[in-house]
Design a protein around this ligand. Structure first.
Ligand code: GLU
Length: 201
């Protein structure tokens, strides 16, 4: 279990808040990192194996300008450390970050594959993105989609969820021992898996 940071507001650069927060969680250790941010092109994802400096390099070459986003540092439990297993994971309109372990992932993976879903990573996390996207394609809003998907999950999780269809929202869910905290500001909100990430705000 490693780190999550999220930001939604009007004033600040999501990229700066997320990278600053992830740096403050570095002490927890991790094998890869990534961000998903809404910019002019929609939802963009950057991911890199290894230290945050690698992700920093990607974002320096191609910055993301948005004001809404999620960041993650991963400590692999399902699937080796690699760029394709790094979070955020995408499925259809959804991007998701996750700390924890989905215990019934084999069963869910089998069901999604039988339904024709193409799974791109070895993680338990990507499956949750597909469950949420499935609900969205059947007309649910983002909150109801996350509620319906998490009803299927056995295990411990903290989740941050974005969707191209709902650029004005981040939905957060938690169960069991995976911590998540919310910081509610004036016209902006923060989320994090641990207090130091958002303490300066
Ligand atoms: N189980 C997820 C994975 O292996 C999340 C790991 C974490 O908490 O960082 O990708």
């Amino acid at each position: 279990m490693c780190g999550i940071v999220g930001y939604i507001g009007r004033e600040r650069s999501a990229q700066e808040v997320l990278m600053d927060g992830l740096r403050r969680l570095e002490y927890r250790g991790y094998d890869s990192a990534g961000v998903a941010i809404f910019d002019d092109h929609g939802l963009s994802v950057r991911r890199a194996v290894g230290k945050l400096v690698n992700l920093d390099g990607l974002l320096r070459d191609e910055p993301l300008e948005g004001r809404v986003g999620l960041g993650h540092t991963r400590w692999a439990t399902h699937g080796r450390p690699s760029e394709s297993n790094a979070h955020p994971h995408r499925a259809g309109s959804v991007a998701i970050v996750h700390n924890g372990i989905i215990e019934n992932y084999r069963e869910i993976r089998g069901e999604l594959e039988s339904a024709g879903r193409e799974i791109c990573s070895e993680t338990d996390t990507e499956l949750v993105a597909h469950l949420i996207d499935e609900e969205l394609t059947h007309g649910a809003d983002l909150l109801d989609a996350v509620r319906a998907a998490t009803r299927r999950l056995v295990g411990s999780y903290a989740l941050g969820v974005l969707s191209d269809r709902h650029p004005e929202n981040i939905v957060v869910a938690k169960n069991g021992g995976s911590p998540i905290i919310l910081g509610v500001g004036d016209g902006e909100s923060f989320l994090a898996s641990d207090i130091p990430a958002i303490l300066p705000y």
